[in-house]
Ligand binder design. Structure first.
Ligand SMILES: Nc1ncnc2c1ncn2[C@@H]1O[C@H](COP(=O)(O)OP(=O)(O)O)[C@@H](O)[C@H]1O
Ligand SMILES: [Mg+2]
Length: 232
């Protein structure tokens, strides 16, 4: 469904991604690991269209989307959970969720019902201001808000940043249930436990290139990969 081929992207004169190749199959879950500064967030921005694709191509459902705008990419089914969650603290849980359903107009209420079925915790808290939620619950809210867009592909940029181990487990469970619903997942993550729990296939990004790839269970348990690229 998503094919990234020889992608180069960056900022002004800084070339961050230099010929990246990544594929996510229909219903697949792929994790991209790599040290700080490897270009993981830049990759997410290029896929969601926040920065331009300088060379190479990004194809989604067979169409070249390299020059397609961000909101059109959302309409086609690529929805990103932003780094740092970015929920609106002064708005209620429900209001935050409704924002995620902007592309569906009247179908929003049905989408909201689906999210509450997926994450009952959010229904319990629907009237509370998002700022009062714990970090883990805010991450669930960010996931729920993205799911309101009914994505075909969910893009996540380090969803466990700053979360406790218990909250990380909740995020893992949430992503596994999202995957079961047939949504493809591209997870950028430094937390090995989450990467192993969610990813079926893994890539290691090193200074803008894919340095290693393989089935997640094998690649992420390899001592060589852990020592060379992930700093474990
Ligand atoms: N908005 C930006 N403007 C200029 N350089 C940036 C910007 N964001 C990131 N960079 C640079 O791009 C490189 C990769 O950053 P990033 O994609 O954020 O890495 P990661 O998410 O893997 O930590 C770093 O050298 C970083 O300083
Ligand atoms: Mg990053």
């Amino acid at each position: 469904m998503l094919e990234i081929e020889e992608l180069s992207a960056g900022y002004d004169r800084l070339e961050v991604l230099r010929g990246v190749n990544i594929t996510v199959a229909d219903g697949g879950s792929v994790v991209v690991m790599g040290a700080n500064g490897a270009g993981k967030s830049t990759l997410c921005r290029a896929i969601s269209g926040l920065i331009e694709c300088r060379r190479g191509a990004i194809r989604f459902d067979g169409a070249d989307i390299s020059r397609v705008g961000t909101s059109e990419r959302v309409r086609r089914g690529i929805v990103q959970v932003p780094e740092g969650r970015q929920v609106f603290p002064q708005m209620t849980v429900k209001e935050n969720l409704r924002l995620g359903g902007w592309i569906h107009g009247k179908a929003k209420e049905a989408a909201l019902r689906e999210i509450y079925d997926l994450f009952p915790r959010l229904e319990e808290r629907q009237g509370q201001n998002a700022g009062l939620l714990s970090g883990g619950e805010q991450q669930l809210l960010a996931l729920g808000r993205a799911m309101m867009g009914r994505p075909k592909l969910l893009l996540l940029d380090e969803p466990t940043q700053g979360l406790s181990p218990v909250a990380i487990e909740q995020v893992a469970e949430a992503l596994i249930s999202i995957g079961r619903r047939g949504v493809s997942i591209l997870l950028v993550e430094q937390n090995l436990a989450l990467a192993e729990a969610v990813g079926r296939y893994a890539y290691v990004l090193e200074t803008g290139r894919c340095a290693a790839e393989g089935p997640a269970a094998e690649l992420l348990s390899s001592d060589v990969v852990a020592a060379s690229y992930l700093g474990h």
